[in-house]
Design a protein around this ligand. Structure first.
Ligand code: GLA
Length: 722
């Protein structure tokens, strides 16, 4: 017996060489979820309920947490004594609508910077288990939390609320920043003071998280959220479907934040022993305002949240805004030549290359029939791939695999593969319908589309994956009696397909697009290298859109193209695109000689500076929401290099802007200032051009920007001198 125990112990130890696990089923006094700066603290009451007693800046002395009262039950169930919005609501198979959750067990797994705390709660009367998981990323100051729900009743139970997370805050006042919009109007910032009762930010779109509201928020305590001061929580849900972020101030002025899949139309019949795993809610606490919160998110995203977050990205020339559906082999071959001329890495062929019985001449036909249109592309994709290869450019391709036009062979062949109500008219959005991805045959179809394409043309180097509509008039033939599972199963199925693809193509670059920025969430970004931020590429509008994304997503993920939308100078358009992942969608042949020269130089500048832009610390210095200009900068980790982007919006004539104080530099270092991205022959009007200043000077006195007039811009390199 002793031997067996010894062997088992050794096996356990071997299994945990990397990660150390500590388990406790004795009710601990406190459970601490900590990052370098933040603590989320729970305690177990005498009644065995789990309480959240603290969320905020870490206290120096752990003993001090013990002085805090058991004020808020951590994950509040419905049907017992709760009087406000619950985290979880369950109907047992005997018709009993109540749940009580008592502490059963807790476990901590440490793996260097990453610590996962898992707290098991059980109902004393029913065989129901709820596991609350918290992964803390120490250095990044990010906490990721999700919940697992399981039971062993004889028949399924019905879950009608299933929060990923419930957090409690205490303050006198709460200010909520949300990001709303519509197609081509993504990420508009709005801030308001919360009043008693509930405020919900949500979406009910099914196939994507956002179009009208993005699943991100700031919650500031006591005063509106500021860029560099004050206590804020920044949170987001990693779910590529309908989400809900709910804020409720109760009778004692406490705030509960409940986040998760939107319970809307999604009553879930949970089978015995099935583990319902919620998506992850990811959040950070900052006591230095939104700026620090964003930097926390960016670091975490690059290290853990985004596929190849610290890797390379490809610059590209896209043909969408230059040709739309109107192209042939000759036009595309010329564009491949233009990509080469500009010096970008990829030529990306957008929508309109497929369909034969119903050729894709516009968005009314062909979606679902993924064969090259022979009249347009007689030599197929292979020829274009070869053309690109021969010019030293990679070939990229647009697909929208989850969708179908009624005018398509796919629609004719597989009507049962489509989400639509059996007894009502089909409801179109962009002339298309959604495929029923919950059906494994459809999952295979989508997987095979990509796999076959990459097998046939292994030199394809980039994919843009689109999703141009949401669910309406939805019914799944495959899910039969479980229609209320469609929304959840769809997203799970999307992830299943991506898991399969990523198993075979782990690092292949794929841009996520959803009719502009409809799929900008960390659930999807595990599988995608970047996202298309908006179909609105007018650089004036774009400053606000990109500014909005910058709060939660690192610049390496946000694709910005230089196009002909908007009447601003090419320099302005280029400077705006350069603050993130730069690309082109413009008629290169129509550029003047100077413009082409400028653009080629800009691509070279970008290649030299992209690592700093993608991986540097972002400081938003002047917000376009506050002044008629926007200024931001990225600083390298060692503070040796920095790049600053300055954009004037519509300042009044003869307007004066005061100097901009820089941030994030080393006060003891000296930096040389150089304006780059200048039009050929343009003289710099920059008083600081070529001069050297100490970091101290730059951060306390600052620099007067050279661009004060309507829609002008400047890009400034700040490099340490030794
Ligand atoms: C969506 C995308 C665009 C483009 C078109 C093609 O609208 O956002 O970038 O790819 O589809 O139809």
């Amino acid at each position: 017996m002793k031997r067996i125990i010894l062997v088992l112990t050794i096996i356990c130890l071997m299994m945990n060489t990397q990660a150390q696990v500590q388990q406790s089923s004795q009710p601990p006094k406190q459970i601490l979820v900590e990052t370098d700066n933040t603590a989320l603290v729970f305690s177990v009451g005498k009644n065995l309920k789990l309480y959240q007693i603290y969320l905020g800046e870490k206290l120096k002395n752990v003993e001090d947490y013990k002085k805090l009262p058991n004020q808020h039950e951590a994950y509040i169930p419905s049907g017992t004594d709760n009087l406000f919005e619950p985290a979880i609501k369950m109907l047992h198979n005997d018709g009993n609508p109540s749940l009580e959750l008592l502490f059963a067990d807790s476990k901590v797994t440490r793996d260097g910077n990453v610590v996962t705390t898992s707290i098991l709660l059980r109902d004393p009367k029913y065989p129901v288990e709820v596991r609350l998981n918290f992964t803390s990323f120490g250095k990044e100051n990010i906490i990721k939390t999700w919940t697992e729900i399981k039971h062993q009743e004889k028949k399924p139970v019905i879950l009608s609320n299933f929060a990923s997370s419930m957090l409690h805050l205490n303050a006198d006042k709460y200010w909520l920043t949300q990001f709303h919009g519509d197609w081509a109007r993504e990420m508009r910032l709005q801030e308001s003071e919360l009043t008693s009762g509930m405020k919900i930010i949500d979406s009910k779109l099914g196939t994507r998280a956002n179009i009208f509201a993005t699943p991100v928020f700031f919650l500031a305590k006591n005063k509106p959220a500021d860029e560099n001061t004050g206590e804020v929580i920044a949170g987001t849900l990693g779910w590529t479907g309908s989400f809900q972020l709910l804020f409720e101030i109760d009778n004692t002025n406490s705030l509960r934040i409940i986040s998760g899949i939107n319970p809307f139309a999604s009553e879930y019949h949970l089978n015995p022993n099935e583990n319902f795993v919620t998506p992850e809610f990811i959040f950070t606490f900052s006591n230095q305002g939104k700026g620090q919160a964003s930097r926390n998110f960016h670091k975490w995203a690059r290290n853990y949240g985004v596929l190849d977050g610290n890797g390379n990205r490809l610059t590209l020339l896209n043909n969408w805004e230059t040709t739309f559906f109107d192209f042939d082999e000759k036009k595309l071959t010329d564009l491949i030549g233009d990509a080469k001329e500009l010096g970008v890495d990829v030529f990306l062929l957008d929508d309109g290359w497929f369909g034969n019985k119903y050729p894709r001449k516009n968005d009314g036909a062909g979606l679902g029939d993924w064969q090259e249109t022979t009249t347009k592309l007689p030599n197929g994709l292979g020829y274009l791939v070869e053309q690109s290869e021969s010019k030293g450019v990679k070939f990229g391709i647009w697909i929208e695999p989850e969708m179908v036009n009624p005018k398509s062979e796919l629609y004719e062949k597989h009507p049962d593969w489509i989400l639509k109500l059996p007894n009502r008219d089909e409801n179109y959005y962009r002339n298309q319908l959604v495929l029923d991805l919950t059906n494994p045959e459809v999952q295979d179809f989508v997987y095979k589309l990509v796999d076959d394409m990459l097998t046939k043309n292994p030199k394809i180097g980039f994919i843009k994956w689109d999703c141009n509509r949401m669910m309406t008039n939805t019914y799944s033939v495959y899910l039969k009696d479980n229609q209320s599972h469609v929304q959840i199963e769809y997203v799970r199925s999307f992830y299943k397909v991506m898991e399969r693809l990523r198993a075979k193509y782990p690092h292949f670059p794929i841009m996520l697009c959803s009719g502009g920025g409809g799929r900008t969430d960390y659930g999807a970004l595990k599988y995608f290298t970047e996202f298309w931020a908006s179909d609105n590429t007018d650089p004036y509008e774009r400053i606000f859109i990109q500014w909005g994304y910058s709060y939660f997503f690192p610049s390496i993920t946000s694709c910005n193209h230089i196009t002909s939308m908007g009447k601003q100078s090419l320099k302005y358009r280029t400077d705006v695109a350069m603050m993130g992942k730069m690309g082109y969608d413009i008629r290169v042949k129509e550029m003047t000689e100077d413009e082409l020269k400028f653009s080629k130089q800009a691509v070279q500048n970008y290649n030299r500076l992209k690592d700093l832009i993608w991986k540097g610390d972002l400081y938003r210095l002047i917000s376009p929401y506050e002044e008629e200009r926007a200024v931001l900068m990225y600083v390298s980790e060692d503070k040796g290099k920095s790049i600053l982007f300055s954009y004037a919006l519509h300042p009044r004539s003869y307007g004066q802007f005061s100097p901009v104080r820089l941030m994030g530099l080393n006060p003891d270092k000296n930096y040389q200032i150089t304006e780059i991205n200048k039009m050929p022959g343009a003289r710099s009007r920059f008083s600081a051009e070529g001069k050297t200043y100490s970091g101290d000077y730059l951060m306390k006195i600052g620099l007067s920007m050279p661009n004060n007039n309507d829609l002008t811009s400047a890009v400034i390199e700040i490099a340490e001198t030794k």
